[in-house]
Design a protein around this ligand. Structure first.
Ligand SMILES: Cc1ncc(COP(=O)(O)O)c(C=O)c1O
Length: 410
């Protein structure tokens, strides 16, 4: 893997951008010196940059607005539910929230979002879940099984609903099958094509008004995957065609960001052109619910080195966090790139170093063979692109679940 620290240009490493990079040899994020924040708040520490989230949201909105599409964006709070972040989004008033559990809906409401601005798409719902959800009048409810249609029909006849469909084809970061929500050997999500007529009959029987079609088929796609997205959109057309007077088609999330130097940013203009081509001008609104795209590159995870030792051919640096704090490298094989908080000098020899977490599991490797300067105990590492599905998926495995989060506003 190429170095995360060297750049062919003199401007800085490939990941640096305004607000993130080395200033006088010290890593800065959202205009603040990261080492000072770590000293003040201690590690493990998640830092989030509010301005970057806003920029990312603005970019999605601008891409859709450029196509003159009627649209709404619902931020998928499952990617990061830090209350200060949700409240900051509420103040911006530029998106609603996508939720997947009654507790997420409750948090969204507590952070100021009205029920009409919350879209819910969950799976394997219990009766208690449905009871709790139906208490939020106006909540947008996308149902992903015949079972749920029957239960909502019995509890709230006449209610407006959306149907989460499964177009039979998935998409994900590069060739990563672990991130696909449809296709392949089949997934648990959505109403399949052969079930769809029965779903519509069931809805009619209960007087439910189908106002939306929803699909979410995978995570992390970039420009090279757009042809697959075009196929997915085509596969959705037969579902859309069967519902008259649709209010919205919800494309789900899945928009990816570059994680390694060879990734290019998603071409949002090409993305929105595809959306407009397949769904534009049809009288319904286009909704989407990005999570990662808004928050992933707006977050850093700071950990401290506590052990440096060569074992066999591998140089390991042990740190005070592991897959219980950020699950993606271990479970989804997604890169979580570490960079030192103090920039290496121009002549420092970088060495392949494997970053090992402090969880007693073989899977607990945060990064293999990162090119890093010589590390010592007490050194700080910042893991890039840690703002999505990090803290949100954290566990207390090995009773090492403690960490802090901080939203930085410049
Ligand atoms: C229904 C639904 N919508 C949106 C998202 C957000 O996906 P992403 O963070 O990849 O944009 C997810 C993620 O799992 C999802 O399940």
């Amino acid at each position: 893997m190429s170095s995360a620290l060297r750049s062919s240009r003199s401007r800085g490493p490939w990941w640096s951008r305004p607000g993130l990079g080395y200033e006088h040899g010290e890593l800065h994020f959202a205009g603040q010196a990261v080492a000072a924040l770590a000293r003040l708040h201690r590690t493990p520490l998640y830092l989030y940059d509010a301005a970057r989230v806003t920029e990312n949201l603005d970019r999605v909105r601008a891409a859709l607005a450029a196509r003159a599409l009627p649209f709404r964006v619902f931020y998928a709070m499952k990617s990061n539910r830090h209350p200060p972040l949700l409240r900051a989004l509420r103040r911006l008033d530029a998106c609603g929230l996508d939720t997947c559990s009654p507790a997420e809906v409750a948090r969204a409401r507590a952070c100021g979002f009205a029920a009409e601005n919350i879209s819910f798409t969950g799976t394997s719902l219990s009766d208690a879940d449905l009871d709790a959800l139906l208490r939020h009048e106006g909540l947008v409810l996308n149902l992903d099984s015949l079972h749920d249609i029957a239960r909502v029909g019995a509890l709230a006849p006449g209610r407006r609903i959306g149907l989460r469909i499964n177009p039979g084809l998935g998409i994900g970061y590069r060739r990563n099958r672990l991130l696909r929500y449809a296709g392949g050997r089949g997934t648990k999500f959505g109403i399949h094509r052969e079930q769809f007529p029965a779903a519509l009959r069931l809805a009619r029987r209960h007087g439910l008004v189908v106002e939306g079609i929803h699909f979410h088929t995978g995570c992390g796609y970039l420009t090279p995957q757009l042809p697959v997205l075009a196929e997915i959109f085509s596969a959705c057309q037969p579902f859309v065609a069967q519902v008259s007077r649709l209010r919205y088609v919800n494309l789900g999330g899945g928009l990816g960001i570059p994680l390694v130097p060879s990734d290019r940013p998603l071409n949002l203009s090409a993305w929105s052109a595809l959306v407009a081509q397949q769904f534009g001008g049809r009288g319904f609104e286009i909704w989407c619910e990005p999570g990662d795209y808004l928050v992933k590159d707006a977050g850093l995870l700071l950990l401290e080195v506590n052990t440096v030792e060569r074992k066999g051919r591998t140089l390991y640096a042990g740190v005070n966090g592991g897959f219980q704090l950020h699950i993606e490298p271990a479970f989804y094989q997604l890169p979580l790139v570490p960079v030192p908080v103090h920039a290496p000098g121009p002549r420092t020899r970088l060495r392949p170093t494997t970053i090992a977490g402090h969880i007693n599991e073989a899977l607990d490797i945060l990064h293999r063979d990162a090119h890093l300067p010589p590390l010592a105990n007490g050194d700080l590492l910042a893991f890039l692109n840690a703002g999505g599905y990090g803290a949100a998926m954290a566990s207390n495995h090995c009773m090492r679940g403690a960490f802090h989060e901080l939203l930085l506003s410049s």
